[in-house]
Design a protein around this ligand. Structure first.
Ligand SMILES: *[C@@H]1O[C@H](CO)[C@@H](O)[C@H](O)[C@H]1NC(C)=O
Ligand SMILES: *[C@@H]1O[C@H](CO)[C@@H](O)[C@H](O)[C@H]1NC(C)=O
Ligand SMILES: *[C@@H]1O[C@H](CO)[C@@H](O)[C@H](O)[C@H]1NC(C)=O
Ligand SMILES: [Mg+2]
Length: 257
């Protein structure tokens, strides 16, 4: 807890530099959009934009609208992101507890990694949150440092699932060359065990939606039952073999097809 608060404070100080906003952690406060065409034309607040992206009504977006950058920064660094995540995990745990498991070791829950298990918020705060400019080289060097903090609510879900006898499969768009750093990072942050850690092979091109669907299909072909599936992107939870129930964590920072 103390650690999270400290991290948030550090993020907030840094965010002041990159977003030009106060270092105080504000409660979420809707702001009127005035730069992005659709928000301006429709006279909508950033809250409506966030609803649009979280519900997958707005798709294929690239970067946060200019007028909503400050809003998204406050959302991510304030209390609302954490609260929204807590609600998702509360529902996921209630569902998991209601399951009648077969108990043969083949009940699994699929977790995405980035912005689901580990948070890259320190990276995005330093390199421009919601700019839409993805720099693979910079992001790779961040991943290799293996210092992404755990998302605390997701860690709670992870531990609960293990205690219920549900195994965890990590399914990520991270590449094979990032395996060691990912393993190191997961363990350091309290994710100590898993059934599988599936990373994207260099020949596995195409959208995350297709790649993840294929991997989940292979899991089911190998006798696993995907009782749950959680991710921050719709491409984690749409497609085929999605699992018996899916859970969507918040992520208004970026979109992955
Ligand atoms: C835009 O919305 C704001 C806040 O709801 C309102 O005060 C304002 O009158 C609206 N402007 C137009 C042009 O509709
Ligand atoms: C990525 O960031 C590095 C370091 O700042 C920079 O040299 C490089 O040009 C960037 N690449 C792209 C595609 O923007
Ligand atoms: C694995 O990653 C960690 C953290 O990034 C690093 O300290 C260690 O040297 C790496 N080990 C190998 C074998 O690459
Ligand atoms: Mg993700």
């Amino acid at each position: 807890m103390g650690r999270v608060a400290l991290l948030l404070f550090l993020f907030a100080v840094t965010v002041e530099l990159s977003l030009g906003i106060s270092h105080e952690i504000h409660p979420l406060r809707p702001r009127l959009g005035s730069g992005a065409a659709n928000l301006q034309v429709l006279n909508l607040s950033c809250l409506s934009w966030r609803f649009g992206v979280e519900t997958n009504n707005i798709i294929g977006w690239y970067g946060v609208p200019q007028t909503c950058k400050s809003y998204v920064g406050h959302y991510m660094l304030g209390t609302q992101y954490r609260e929204d995540s807590r609600l998702v995990v509360y529902e996921a745990i209630a569902y998991a507890e209601s399951l009648k498991l077969v108990g043969d070791g083949k009940d699994v829950w699929v977790f995405d990694i980035d912005e689901t298990t580990l948070s890259n918020l320190p990276y995005y705060v330093d390199n421009g949150l919601g700019t839409g400019k993805y720099n693979a080289t910079l992001f790779n060097s961040w991943v290799l440092q293996a210092k992404a903090p755990a998302l605390p609510e997701s860690l709670k879900l992870y531990k609960k699932l293990l205690s219920l006898g549900i195994k965890v499969v990590f399914l990520t768009g991270r590449g094979g060359s990032q395996r060691n750093a990912t393993v190191t990072n997961l363990k350091k942050e309290g994710f100590l065990t898993w059934e599988k850690l599936i990373l994207r092979g260099s020949s596995e091109t195409g959208t995350a939606l297709v790649y993840k669907s294929n991997k989940r299909k292979m899991l089911e072909q190998n006798g696993y039952r995907i009782v749950g599936n959680i991710g921050d992107q719709w491409s984690d939870i749409l497609g085929t073999n999605t699992g018996h129930r899916t859970f969507k964590l918040p992520d208004p920072m970026y979109y992955v097809a």
